[in-house]
Design a protein around this ligand. Structure first.
Ligand SMILES: NC(=O)c1ccc[n+]([C@@H]2O[C@H](COP(=O)([O-])OP(=O)(O)OC[C@H]3O[C@@H](n4cnc5c(N)ncnc54)[C@H](OP(=O)(O)O)[C@@H]3O)[C@@H](O)[C@H]2O)c1
Length: 289
């Protein structure tokens, strides 16, 4: 096992150019050796004496083996959930002697009413990690508060937010809290074999998020509700039809109230209330111009 002068074991962080992984890498790098696997090394923002970057991705077995060498625990982010990335990673990790995988999954996995294609893929990917023979921890966050960054272009240009089912609530979570839980799971005992549902402190609608963003930006914003047909057409500009249909089914579950439940896991684990959307909005106001 690789350690540095801190004597602490090496942790591999994937997704370190992304929403949660970036924060996981930043928190870990403060006091332990961290290795980052990325196809986009130029996007890595964390640096320091204990930080190593291995260029490459899950499709590059040599890079994966280099990244996993001497690693004790790994944070696993796969965002092409239809792919076999979890299986490829878990097998390489087992072969390298990694002991613990902390996998970023999604809350829908534990919703018995969720049977869309994306959720079925996520369940399969979780099952791969649980069956890997390694210790594992599964993190199942609700929607990230940072998804509202997709509203930034229309907020900047028109002062408008466009959202489907704008009065349906989601107990959205700050990705920084998800990262805090990931770091606990990676570095402290007691989290192996656990599945954590991670929500924010309250269920909010897009109408309410828009009002809180307007407060943070100190200017009025207008909300325009998208029709389901318009929302589906938007999804089809970036997803295949089966994935667009799965995301529409997910939005309909939210409309039916399936994503509004607030969970206590974050406050139980990190000993404070999860961060609110108002705090997230204030901290990210600059991104909305
Ligand atoms: N957004 C939400 O509301 C939400 C809620 C719950 C769960 N989730 C889950 O969170 C996960 C992350 O989603 P996200 O949209 O927030 O993405 P993200 O973490 O912002 O970006 C994806 C990250 O994964 C890494 N990655 C993806 N494929 C890779 C590959 N083949 N090889 C190496 N690295 C790879 C990318 O690294 P490089 O590109 O640098 O290689 C990138 O850093 C997904 O599994 C998603 O289902 C998201």
């Amino acid at each position: 096992m690789t350690t540095n002068e801190t004597g602490r074991p090496m942790i591999l962080v994937t997704g370190a150019t992304g929403t949660v992984g970036r924060e996981v890498a930043r928190l870990l790098a403060a006091d332990r050796p961290v290795r980052i696997l990325t196809r986009r090394p130029e996007r890595v923002s964390v640096s320091g004496p204990g930080v190593e970057v291995v260029p490459g991705g899950y499709a590059d077995r040599d890079a994966l083996d280099r990244a996993l060498k001497g690693v004790d625990a790994a944070f696993l982010v796969t965002n092409d959930v239809s792919a076999a990335d979890d299986a490829v990673f878990a097998e390489a990790a087992r072969a390298s002697g990694v002991r613990h995988l902390v996998k970023l999954s999604a809350a829908a996995v534990c919703d018995p009413g969720a049977d869309d294609l994306v959720t079925r893929w996520q369940r399969r990917n979780e099952a791969v990690v649980r069956g890997s023979g390694l210790d594992w921890t599964i993190l199942r966050p609700r929607s990230f508060m940072s998804n509202t960054l997709s509203w930034a272009p229309s907020i900047r240009s028109e002062g408008v937010v466009r959202a489907l089912y704008a009065s349906s609530a989601n107990a959205c979570v700050d990705p920084r809290d998800v990262a805090r839980v990931a770091v606990l799971a990676l570095t402290e005992p007691g989290h192996r074999g656990r599945e954590y549902l991670l929500s924010g402190p309250q269920a909010l609608t897009a109408v309410e998020q828009t009002a809180q963003l307007a407060d943070a930006l100190r200017r009025p914003l207008r909300l325009e509700e998208l029709t389901p047909a318009a929302a589906r057409a938007q999804l089809l500009t970036r997803c295949t039809e089966p994935v667009a249909d799965a995301l529409m089914a997910s939005a309909e579950r939210q409309l039916a109230g399936a994503k509004a439940q607030v969970d206590r896991t974050i406050s139980d684990l990190i000993d404070r209330q999860p961060l609110s959307f108002r705090t997230w909005a204030a901290d990210h106001a600059a991104a909305f111009g």
